[in-house]
Design a protein around this ligand. Structure first.
Ligand code: F6P
Length: 320
């Protein structure tokens, strides 16, 4: 390996900058050249490629977002796009590519590996929805950001003795909802992994909760369930309890990364470079059972992730 390219792809996540910095500096320390690719695969196809020095990644470890910027790229799903991307990598001498993103980004990396570009994926998403790893860059920051916001909603919810529905991100996964549900002591967690939720039972529980003397009812609703605004109207109509919906939205994706996100992202960034130098390709870095490890991309993409049943059960019993 002589030249390593690095890009961020898909939704940005706090800690991506720490990973970029680690890739750049680890590679430079090994005497390699580094090229930054702007705007993900979209930028690669447009040849938005810049040389990166150690100074280019100064003062970024503490910043949210991604200095390389990011995009979702449909063309990269086509064979034509993949061929073009591989040819551009070759043109710029990029013989090792680090892709920081989610499952969709890894699928692109896998195709490039098949076309002769050595690729390593790093899991970067606030959704925690990558099956081969217990940690993804950005989740820790996002879940803490959401938790703090929900604490604030709780203050006003208690004062007005309301029911509050707070919708958190997560796409088709309920990890942000589950963690906030436990951390914020929610009465109810709604997640897309549970096929249907029983609204009648929910309404009865809200009424029973009031009888138990509780001053509010917090529902953490995952965006994969959605419908928070209408749900609030239905609950208010059925219970007579004032109900408000808050959709936290993109504020969950921003902000300075937590210590954990900085440290884990830095470790994964450095590890991606080490793997390339060991001659590995078509791999994704993961964190499992307290260790940083790597998987074949295809195997990683085939893995299924489930919501931890015990934790979910704990959450339910603590809402007494
Ligand atoms: O994957 C991260 C994420 O923030 C999801 O939680 C959410 O569904 C999606 O991205 C939103 O994407 P966009 O910023 O393109 O609206």
């Amino acid at each position: 390996i002589r030249t390593i390219g690095v890009l961020t792809s898909g939704g940005d996540a706090p800690g991506m900058n720490a990973a970029i910095r680690a890739v750049v500096r680890r590679a430079l320390a090994k005497g390699l050249k580094v090229r930054g690719i702007r705007r993900g695969y979209h930028g690669l196809l447009k040849e938005e490629i810049i040389d990166m020095s150690a100074r280019d990644v100064s003062d970024i470890i503490e910043r949210g977002g991604t200095v390389l910027q990011t995009a979702r790229c449909k063309t990269m799903r086509t064979e034509e796009g993949q061929q073009k991307a591989a040819a551009i990598c070759k043109k710029y001498g990029i013989d090792g590519l680090v892709v920081i993103g989610g499952d969709g980004s890894f699928a692109g990396a896998q195709k490039l590996a098949n076309l002769g570009v050595n690729t390593i994926g790093i899991p970067g998403t606030i959704d925690l929805d990558i099956a081969c790893t217990d940690y993804t860059i950005g989740f820790d920051t996002a879940v803490n950001t959401a938790m703090e916001a929900i604490d604030k909603v709780r203050d006003t919810s208690t004062s007005h003795e309301r029911c509050s529905i707070i919708e958190v991100m997560g796409r088709d996964a309920g990890y942000l909802a589950l963690w906030c549900g436990i951390a914020n002591g929610a009465e109810k967690i709604l997640m897309p992994e549970e096929k249907h939720y029983d609204e009648k039972a929910l309404i009865e529980d809200i009424l029973a909760n009031k009888k138990r003397g509780k001053k509010n009812y917090i529902i953490i609703n995952a965006e994969g369930v959605g419908d928070s605004i209408n749900m609030a109207k239905r609950i208010e109509d059925a219970t007579g309890i004032e109900t408000r919906a808050t959709i936290l939205g993109h504020m969950q994706r921003g902000g300075s990364p937590t210590c954990k996100d900085r440290v884990y992202a830095s470790t994964m960034g450095a590890m991606a470079v080490d793997l390339l130098c060991q001659g590995k390709t078509n791999r994704v870095v993961g964190y499992k059972n307290g260790q940083f490890i790597d998987f074949d991309i295809e195997e990683a993409l085939a893995m299924k992730k489930t919501i931890p049943a015990y934790q979910y059960d704990v959450a339910k019993t603590l809402a007494l």
